[in-house]
Design a protein around this ligand. Structure first.
Ligand SMILES: NC(=O)C1=CN([C@@H]2O[C@H](COP(=O)(O)OP(=O)(O)OC[C@H]3O[C@@H](n4cnc5c(N)ncnc54)[C@H](OP(=O)(O)O)[C@@H]3O)[C@@H](O)[C@H]2O)C=CC1
Ligand SMILES: CC(=O)N[C@@H](CCC(=O)OP(=O)(O)O)C(=O)O
Length: 345
């Protein structure tokens, strides 16, 4: 059994890691940390775990967790993760970081969006963990930067078109919506029931911090620098990311050919499901699962490709993808512990 520690287990992604890892046949969770709930059983804080685990939150130092575990999930806010990351790195253990701290290859770009980087020396040692695209890199790594939720939906949705040079890289527009758990469990006015219920708004228009992450990865796929327009919105639902992506076609292609090209690109990929031609995904059909559902259409009138991509932000957008990366890092079959069917209705 591989021993796992979750650093920052009282937040939404940390507890989601535990929910999934408790059903993983190859691991044992040996440490869960929280400063505010130290000493309390997790089942007292999250009753979903009642009767399922005796684990108690610890206010442990990174070194203490590194001493107990073989693999560590960092589920901390960005700017906090990079403060503890060097201790885990130096311990020689494997790390999957769910924060944004090690996703951007260029430290200057990171600093222009997030502020000063506390650990730039570790950036070259980390790999960007989307297994469907970079499985071999992840397998060789010891430190994985787990992608953001919006980027995961947009990168997986756009990869087949960009790789096949089907769209003009200068023309990509991503219009995305997230459930409220994407903002984490830390109380804030914008996440209050009255602010979110019966409401729908765009936020950080033209300046969301996921923009450089999406651009970095789409540029890599396109083989040239590219910029995108990205607008996030907040949905009055708990979980889910719904991205609609528009781009100008560079060649003529029928809806059927497009659908086949996407099917072919993700052939054998367990967690990417391409919808039948003419049908499109729904966040409700991925809720609680590690799937990314993608539907594509050709808008012949405007010569545009329209892509709809959906994930659960806490699963394929965070904890599920983190476990998928851990499976690759540790040599487990990639789907181990991740075979959940979406919770619908
Ligand atoms: N929510 C989502 O859908 C997604 C989130 N992410 C990223 O994953 C990370 C975690 O997100 P999320 O779970 O939503 O966040 P939460 O705010 O819900 O949880 C944050 C966790 O970090 C702990 N923590 C905060 N500051 C520190 C610190 N200085 N030292 C030790 N522990 C600390 C908190 O524990 P305590 O205060 O009790 O010690 C808590 O367990 C973030 O970087 C987020 O951006 C990525 C993809 C999707
Ligand atoms: C709804 C909401 O607030 N979502 C978060 C994104 C969550 C996420 O994935 O952010 P990381 O890059 O930290 O992983 C936001 O817009 O900042």
């Amino acid at each position: 059994m591989i021993k796992v520690g979750i650093y920052g287990a009282s937040g939404y992604t940390g507890q989601e890691c535990l929910r999934l890892l408790l059903r993983h046949s190859g691991v044992e969770v040996v440490a869960i940390t929280s400063r505010r709930y130290a000493g309390l059983p997790i089942a007292d804080v999250y009753p979903v775990f009642a009767g399922l685990t005796p684990l108690v939150f610890m206010d442990a130092s990174p070194q203490e967790v590194a001493d107990l575990a073989d693999v560590i999930f960092l589920a901390l806010p960005h700017s906090e993760s990079m403060k503890v990351a060097p201790i885990f790195w130096e311990s020689g253990k494997k790390v999957v970081d769910l924060s944004a701290d090690f996703r951007l290859r260029d430290v200057a770009v990171y600093e222009s969006w997030y502020g000063q980087h506390a650990c730039p020396q570790l950036v070259p040692q980390t790999v960007y963990g989307i297994p469907e695209l970079y499985r071999e890199d992840v397998a060789k790594a010891r430190f994985v930067a787990n992608p953001g939720c919006y980027p995961t939906s947009i990168i997986l949705g756009t990869a087949p078109a960009l790789k096949n040079k089907l769209i003009d890289p200068a023309s990509v527009i991503a219009d995305s919506k997230s459930g409220t758990s994407g903002a984490g469990r830390e109380p804030q006015v914008g996440s209050l029931f009255c602010e979110v219920n019966e409401a729908f708004k765009a936020y950080k228009v033209g300046n969301h911090r996921h923009t450089p992450e999406i651009e970095q990865e789409l540029s890599r796929l396109a083989g040239r620098e590219m910029k995108i327009s990205f607008t996030p919105h907040l949905l009055p639902i708990d979980r889910g990311i719904f991205s609609t992506i528009y781009a100008t076609l560079t060649q003529s292609i029928s809806g059927k050919e497009l659908s086949e090209l996407y099917q072919d690109f993700y052939k054998g990929e367990r967690f990417v499901r391409i919808c039948k031609a003419g049908t499109f995904p729904n966040v409700a059909f991925v809720r609680g699962s590690n799937f990314c559902d993608i539907g594509v259409a050709v808008d012949a009138r405007t010569n545009r490709l329209i892509i709809v991509s959906t994930i659960d932000n806490l699963v394929k957008g965070a904890a599920g993808q983190a476990i998928q990366n851990m499976n690759v890092l540790c040599g487990f079959p990639e789907h181990t512990g991740l075979e959940m069917i979406a919770l619908f209705p």
